[in-house]
Design a protein around this ligand. Sequence first.
Ligand SMILES: *Cc1c(COP(=O)(O)O)cnc(C)c1O
Length: 404
Amino acid sequence: MDYPRPHVPVQPVISLETLGRERRQSTPSVLDVGSTLHVTSGRMAIALALRRMTIGAGDQVLMPAYHCRAMVDAVVWSGATPVFYRIHDDTSVDLADVAAKATASTKVLVVVSYFGFPQDMAAIRLFCDKRRLMLLEDCAHAFFGRIGNRPVGFYGDFAVASYPKFFPVYEGGCLISSRHSLGGIALNDAGFAFQVKSALNALEKGFSYGRLTAVRRLVGIPMTIKDLIWRSVKGRTRALHARIGPMSADGGSGFEPEWMSMRASLVTRLIVRYAARSRIAERRRAIYRALQQALGSMAGSRPLFPCLPDGVVPYVFPLLVDSPEQVFPALKRAGVPVVRFAEFLWEGVDENICPVGADLSRRLMQFPCHQELSTREIKWMVDRITAVLLNREVNGNELETLSH
Ligand SMILES: *Cc1c(COP(=O)(O)O)cnc(C)c1O
C-alpha cells in the first residue's frame, strides 16, 4: 500500500537557523574523538572499519540481534560471518550472551547506542580487552553526547556515525577512532554531478517542507536556470555512472561498495562543520521532553526509556505500542513521520535468537524530535498520534491543515 509523504519531515531539513555561531561551549560529539574520515554513509564507514581491522572470510563479527539491515550488509560484504547476540529490555548489551557466543574466530563486537542513549561503553571496553575482541561503536543514533566525561565514540577501536540523522544533509557519515590511525585509507571525490546533487537536495528538501521560503523566492529564477543546467549534467553523466548519489542517501537499504572510497560531498562537510551544534542538542532534548510529556502516559503504549538522562542527545522519541498491526499503518495513512528501526531483521534472526529484539522490531515506533521541527509541526504530530492511539477517526480535511 502506498502511504502519503509524511506531513512533517522525518529527518532534519535545512532552515535559516541551521548554521550559526555557538553561544556556548560546543556539545560533545563523535567529531571530538580523534581521527575522522567523512564518507558517504554510516554503512560505508562500518565496511571501512572492518577492512581496516583486516576482517574477512573465516572471521566472526558479533552483531546485535536488533539492527538495521545496512549494518549486517557491511559485515557480509567484508566476507565475515555475522553472529547475533541478545540485548536486554532497555536495549543494553547482554554481555553474558556475547560471552557465550564468542569463539576463537570472533574478532569484533559491534555495539549500538540505540536512539541516542549510550551503552555502558566503559564496561564493554573492559569486556573486549579481557577477551581480545575489537570494539566497533555504532553511533548512527548517537552523534552527540558523552559517556562519563568522554564523548560518544571514544571507547571503540573504531566508531561510525550517520549524518542525515542529525544534520540537514543529503548524504554522509563518518569513521572515527581514538586509538588507531586512519591515515592509510584514501578517499576520492565523487565528481561534480554528486556535489551538485547533494547541494540541491539539501535545499529542495527544505523548500518542500516550507523552509527558506524567502530564499526560495530569491532563487526562484536561478533555480529555473539550474533545472536546465541540472538536466544537462544528468544527461552527460548518466552514461558514466549508474547513479549520481548513493542509494543510502535516497532512503534505500542497499549496500553499494563502489561508494566506499568516496568522500562526503563538500556541502555535507560544510553543514556538519558549521551547524549550530548546541542548538541541535538543546532542541532535541526539549522536543523529546515535550513528546514524553504529551505521549508518555497514553493507554496502549509506553515510552521505551523512562527518562532522559543528562548528556543524552536523542535521535528520536521511541514509543512501544501494544497493537502495532493497527497503529503503524494508521499512523502512516495519517501522514505521521513514523519509522520502525529494525522493521526488517536479517533472515533467521527471530525471537529464538533474541526475544527483545524481535519484540522491539514489531512494537517500537519512533517519532522525530529533530532540531528543525516547528512548534506547529510538533503539535500536529502529537494530535495525530493521540488520535490514532485512541482509535479516533481523523478526517481528511484535518490532514490538509499542514500541507506545505
Ligand atoms: C542508519 C544506521 C546505520 C547506517 O547508516 P547509513 O548512513 O544509513 O548508512 C548504521 N547503524 C545504525 C544503528 C543505523 O540506524
